[in-house]
Write a protein of this length. Structure first.
Length: 230
């Protein structure tokens, strides 16, 4: 179904996850650290990457940073043995699409993979159902997952795009963190609702580079977020 690159220095985990992904009909390439991963990316052109954070030579954060700086936008899931909110926030700030703390069940990881792949398919599949969204100076093009603010492109991850789409299609409506997660993830995995705050903070920073006075996303204390009505 998809070309997936799996990067981890734990051979046993590589074998288990490779079998699970191959059983789901995916084409799997493996690497044992970020340096090998970079070589594999150039050769296999993966559609999705699953990478450990703690690895020799090039770690997961460094790998993620390099890929996003190169403009590569494929979904990336980070794996870590440290269940740490700071690590999670840093990974998302760098452009990760998802984050799974070890130990985890293979079923949960597969659900995350399928969710991200479904979102990628929406680059062209729902063009007729989801026309371009324009609110104020912001434009969203669902068929390409493109975002422009005041005519300038804004690089976003798939998850960030889904969050923007959820808010901008309902300007003025207040969406709770749980509701936003339900709308942007599309699976039944358990994720802390507060991670939405990280997504919103990252989007605001990107928009403020273009428009320092950006205030389109409103925070309703104790309630959630809304897109500011015109």
């Amino acid at each position: 179904m998809a070309r997936i690159l799996l990067i981890d220095d734990d051979d046993a985990l590589l074998n288990v996850l490779s079998l699970a992904l191959e059983d789901a009909a995916h084409q799997v390439t493996t690497a044992r650290d970020g340096a090998e991963g970079l070589v594999a990316i150039s050769k296999s052109k993966p559609e999705l990457i699953i990478s450990d954070i703690n690895m020799p030579r090039v770690d997961g954060f460094s790998l993620l940073r390099k890929l996003r700086e190169q403009g590569l936008r494929m979904p990336i899931i980070l794996l870590t043995s440290r269940d740490n909110e700071i690590d999670e926030a840093l990974g998302l700030e760098l452009g990760a699409d998802d984050y799974v703390a070890k130990p985890f069940s293979t079923r949960v990881l597969m659900a995350r993979v399928m969710s991200l792949l479904r979102r990628e398919e929406l680059r062209g599949a729902n063009q007729d159902e989801k026309p371009t969204v324009t609110v104020g100076g912001l434009t969203l093009r669902p068929e390409r997952l493109e975002v422009h603010l005041n005519g300038q492109p804004v690089e976003v991850t798939v998850t960030e795009f889904r969050l923007l789409e959820a808010l901008t299609r309902r300007p003025g409506a207040v969406l709770s963190r749980d509701r936003i997660l339900e709308m942007i993830r599309g699976d039944d995995s358990v994720v802390a609702a507060r991670i939405v705050d990280t997504y919103v903070r990252r989007l605001r920073r990107k928009f403020e580079v273009i428009d320092p006075g950006f205030d389109g996303i409103e925070t309703l204390v104790g309630a959630g977020y809304s897109w500011k009505s015109p």
